[in-house]
Design a protein around this ligand. Structure first.
Ligand code: PHE
Length: 345
């Protein structure tokens, strides 16, 4: 027995030295076996009664040494493990490491320009009206005073829905004018952004889908001068405080008189000559006084009310602003193209 207990202590000492401790779990098993409240060394202290008196002292010394050996190994390994865990944490929190940016996407250039236009008109009391892209013939054409035989109704220009002669993809946001006038009473002051569709050959300059912003203002005694002043305000907010505009007589079925508005772009370099076809002027929008026929088609008395309307394309303005030379880029959703607009609102 005596001999046995000394052997047991020797082999425990070997075990304390030789246990592999590289994880928190291994450390915990070691703790339970050698230093915990019910550890194996403690139970050996009870064996002292079986040790002959002349070896009791030796037994006590060896056992205490064993206890200390276990405790110091435990402390050492605990410190080591804590230190390496700390290192792991410190690595995650390395304040000198380069920042990882989350990519947060960006607004589409068409949306950026559209939002700018909306904000300009909102500041003078226009509110946004949004309507359907699938329209019918009446709102898109008939109400807007477009005769039955007008070329715009031709299959060449308009996408009709399958098996329908009346349902179509709206060809302009002017259909929103009819939607609003038939449901709201004047005064009406709306701005209507949205997508429109035309059966055009797709090229770098035209597409079968694009965006417009429509404006409509109807009240008593609204005049052409009101329209001109509103559009001048818009042009100067959009293109700079010194911007000059000109109105050229034009024709639209739904306005009378009708005009096209140009802004003076200038002829500073070769690009300006190309963009303005050598004139220095850029056509931005179509406009005019709402035709009395349109008002009465939509249930508004043209004797009592007058109004003006305007409509402008967005893509061309976005192309000018961002020097985009191919309209198709707006619809390809190439991430390399879109990323260039991050940060803009
Ligand atoms: N709807 C016309 C177009 O698409 C623009 C326009 C709108 C003209 C309102 C006059 C008044 O070209």
């Amino acid at each position: 027995m005596n001999q046995d207990i000394f052997l047991t202590m020797a082999s425990l000492s070997e075990e304390i030295k030789g246990t592999v401790i590289t994880s928190a779990e291994q450390l915990e098993s070691f703790r339970i076996r050698f230093v915990g409240s019910k550890n194996i060394i403690k139970t050996l202290f009870g064996e002292i009664k079986n040790v002959p008196n002349e070896r009791k002292k030796e037994f006590g010394l060896v056992l205490n040494a064993l206890k200390e050996e276990a405790e110091s190994r435990f402390e050492l390994e605990k410190e080591r493990l804590d230190a390496s865990a700390d290192q792991g944490r410190n690595h995650d929190l390395d304040l000198t490491a380069p920042v990882y940016y989350d990519s947060i996407g960006s607004r589409h250039p068409v949306s950026i320009v559209m939002n700018r236009i909306i904000r300009i008109f909102e500041r003078i009391g226009f509110t946004v009206a949004e309507e359907r892209e699938i329209e019918n013939d009446w709102y898109n054409f008939t109400a807007m005073n477009t005769p039955e035989d007008h070329p715009a109704r031709d299959m060449q220009d308009t996408f009709y829905l399958k098996d329908s002669t009346v349902d179509l993809l709206r060809t302009h946001t002017s259909s929103v004018q009819a939607r609003i006038m038939t449901t709201q009473k004047p005064p009406i002051r709306i701005i209507a952004p949205g997508r429109v569709y035309r059966n055009e050959t797709i090229s770098s300059r035209s597409h079968c889908q694009f965006h417009q912003v429509e404006g409509l203002y109807i009240d008593k005694k609204v005049s052409f001068a009101d329209m001109k002043q509103t559009l001048l305000y818009f042009a100067r907010e959009m293109y700079g405080p010194q911007t000059e505009i000109r109105l050229r007589p034009s024709y639209f079925p739904f306005t009378e008189p009708s005009a096209e508005m140009d802004v003076y772009w200038g002829l500073k370099n070769e690009d300006d000559y190309r963009i303005t076809k050598g004139t220095g002027w850029l056509e931005i929008l179509g406009c005019g006084m709402v035709d009395p026929n349109v008002l009465s088609n939509c249930g508004i008395d043209p004797e009592e009310y007058t109004g003006f309307a305007f409509g402008m394309g967005i893509e061309r303005q976005a192309m000018l602003q961002y020097k985009v030379t191919d309209i198709r880029q707006f619809f390809e959703n190439d991430i390399r193209f879109l990323k260039q607009f991050s940060g803009a609102l």
